[in-house]
Design a protein around this ligand. Structure first.
Ligand code: A2P
Length: 323
């Protein structure tokens, strides 16, 4: 019920996992325990989500209860932007995460963004003139070399990136000894990432789709998202499935890894039950046709648009005046 794919390193990853961005600390402990109970074996975490202690406690309790063992669970976390810098700082970022998650190693450690912020214990340090204080001395290619050392030391089985555009991956590959295992980016029918997905595939990098359901707990409540889309609803009805199951299945059939977030037992259970039906070629084509280009992007990172490595430069063009 939880198929895996093999990444470029030869290690396997369950193609379906639980997202934890926006999960409140007081809700995520119970959610992760329930998810393990119903078969989830892949958890996507990050320092900036501010809930890793609770995720770690849930996993620890389930291991102690004998329901799973560490090597049968796949755990991803991410280096936050304030930890870009020399080796000690990058390693400190991972060690803090390992402590919070109560783990001795990660399965996958991602550079969360290609943008460095000033070293700080504060997640979004402010500059004297207002706005986020950036660290532009430490390019992501340098951070990557430091992350490679973490993998060689065995602190993480694999490394990868998140929120990288095509040009940034090309720059990374030019210096990389270890090719990133994945690029984790926003991906759903309104932002289908077809070009980036093909580019990643050609370079043996797997795409992980975050916000596959349209992150409705992040956007304004009245903004219609892919879960409310008439085409998605109609395809769901034809298969006697929910719109969320169609959106998850759509990613799996594209060969993407997918990590829908939920803290509700019903929805956690529903979301993993996507391995016993198939979307037809016509269904897939209809969903691919829902692309909205830059207007489909939810996570715009508007606080860091001035960073030289802001990855969504297309949002800064004339077409984005309304955004
Ligand atoms: P909840 O956590 O209350 O279940 P994404 O993964 O795109 O960020 O989407 C997460 C959002 O979608 C959350 O608001 C989550 O709410 C909601 N969600 C998760 N699973 C489902 C589902 N099966 N049906 C409807 N909404 C869902």
């Amino acid at each position: 019920n939880n198929p895996t794919i093999t990444l470029n390193s030869g290690c396997e990853i369950p193609i379906f996992g639980l997202g934890t961005w926006k999960s409140k600390p007081q809700e995520v402990l119970r959610a992760v325990k329930y998810a393990i109970h119903v078969g989830y074996r892949h958890f996507d975490c990050a320092h900036v989500y501010q809930n890793q202690k609770e995720v770690g406690l849930a996993i620890k309790q389930k291991i102690e209860e004998g329901e799973v063992c560490r090597k049968n669970i796949f755990i991803t976390s991410k280096l936050w932007n304030t930890f870009h810098g020399d080796y000690n700082r990058v390693k400190e970022g991972l060690e803090k995460t390992l402590t919070d998650l109560c783990l001795s190693y990660l399965d996958l450690y991602l550079m969360h963004w290609p943008m460095g912020f000033a070293s700080s214990d504060i997640l979004f340090p402010m500059s004297a003139g207002g706005g986020i204080a950036f660290n532009t001395n430490c390019h992501f290619t340098h951070v990557w070399k430091e992350m490679e050392k973490l993998q060689k030391e065995g602190l993480t089985r694999m490394i990868g990136v998140s929120n990288f555009n095509k040009g940034q991956i090309e720059k990374l590959l030019a210096v990389a000894e270890i090719v990133p295992a994945v690029n984790q980016v926003e991906c759903h029918p309104y932002l289908n990432q077809v070009e980036l997905s093909n580019f990643c595939r050609e370079n043996f990098i797997n795409l992980t789709a975050y916000s596959p359901l349209g992150a409705r707990d992040f956007v304004q409540k009245d903004t219609p998202g892919p879960l409310d889309d008439a085409t998605v609803i109609s395809i769901a009805k034809n298969h006697c499935r929910s719109p969320a199951q169609v959106l998850i299945r759509y990613q799996i059939q594209r060969g993407h890894i997918v990590i829908p977030k939920s803290v509700s037992n019903d929805r956690i259970f529903q979301n993993i039950n996507v391995f016993d039906f198939n979307l037809s070629d016509d269904d897939m084509a209809a969903i691919m046709g829902l692309e909205k280009g830059i207007h489909g992007r939810i996570l715009r990172g508007k606080d860091y648009r001035n960073h030289p490595e802001y990855p969504f430069k297309e949002l800064l063009g004339p077409a984005s005046k309304d955004i």
